[in-house]
Design a binder for this molecule. Sequence first.
Ligand code: PLP
Length: 406
Amino acid sequence: MVDYMKFLSKDVEKLEASDVREILKLLEKPGVISFAGGLPDPSTFPREELAEIARSVILEKGKAALQYAPSRGVREFIDAVKRFMERHGVYIRGEDAIIATVGSQEALYMLSEVLIDPGDVVIVEKPTYLAAVQVFRKRGARFEPIELDEDGMRVDLLEERLKRLASEGKRVKLVYLVPTCQNPTGVTMSYERRKYLLELASRYDFLVIEDDPYGLITFEERSVQPLKTLDREGRVVYLGSLSKVLAPGLRLGWAAGPEEIISVIEKLKQHVNLHASTLTQYIAAKALDGGIVERNLARVRELYRMKRDVMLEALEEYFPRGSRWTRPIGGLFIFVWLPEGVDTRALLPKAIERGVAYVPGSAFYVDGSGVNTMRLNYSYPSVEEIREGIKRLGRLLREELEGKTG
Ligand SMILES: *Cc1c(COP(=O)(O)O)cnc(C)c1O
């Protein structure tokens, strides 16, 4: 018998298994309605169009499209991304550069590697995106979570925290946030707070990672200015992704930010995987320039808005009194606060027994709070499943609460 554990590096201990991934395995159990994942509805993948593009790319541009590519990415893709961002109000500065990444996740990983040393202070929303927390934590980041409300991160609390940390001689290096249709809450940061955040970045000298996979998945006519567009000093690294607007299986995203940072990421990328897939970059470039993503977005928005509304109605009807939840203007998630005393982590096995799954909200709180919260995904389940699943969950919650008081 070989003892493999003795061969592993010390760093392996820092790899945390994700709650969400563990729970996603439950999708395989038949009959369980899952609000746990964060998957797009596969009916939105433009399969015919992508098949046609893939065929023509391989046959007509195959010599380049099947070849190695520069670490920054394929020229055609980078240019298409820039035009795509501009069509949607995401303006980068003249001094900024773009690098193609294997989804936003790789960009988060590489940024974490090049920016964070053990003990560095990273500010995050409370709650925030779990997959980002995990990569930051592996680098030894020290988190300072800042409460959010329906207008996004509470920048007034952020300012207080910055003052306090400064008085203790601690420097804040980085603020990570998902300002539009946040994961896990669905909340969108107001324009005023965006402006103020950038003022604080300037005053306290930190960088901002703007993770923006949902910026275009909005259902309401409310124009949202990306932090990147408001970024005069070059303090924002913007992360875009095709996962939610086209197809996550392409594994394509990009980071746009100061050349000085992007060039370091480029060096690291050579170690990691040389470059994102040449083939999918060529395919995506054509899909972006051909308007496939915009056409698809129209369908995605309509479908998700309808599903969001169904979930909101079902919550109203079935969830116990004393619960409250977000009303997102877009994205994939609704976040719920249940009455005090409900422990959603402890309740999950019972919920699964009743045929419904969710992610306990505490998974998204770096300080382990949020015990009475849950994240619900509405993009993946069908309309019927949303109604039935919320009904099952509501019944279970009422029983729990009655059992406690009665
Ligand atoms: C879905 C999601 C992404 C996208 O990740 P990819 O690696 O591009 O698939 C990024 N950030 C957040 C907050 C997300 O919810």
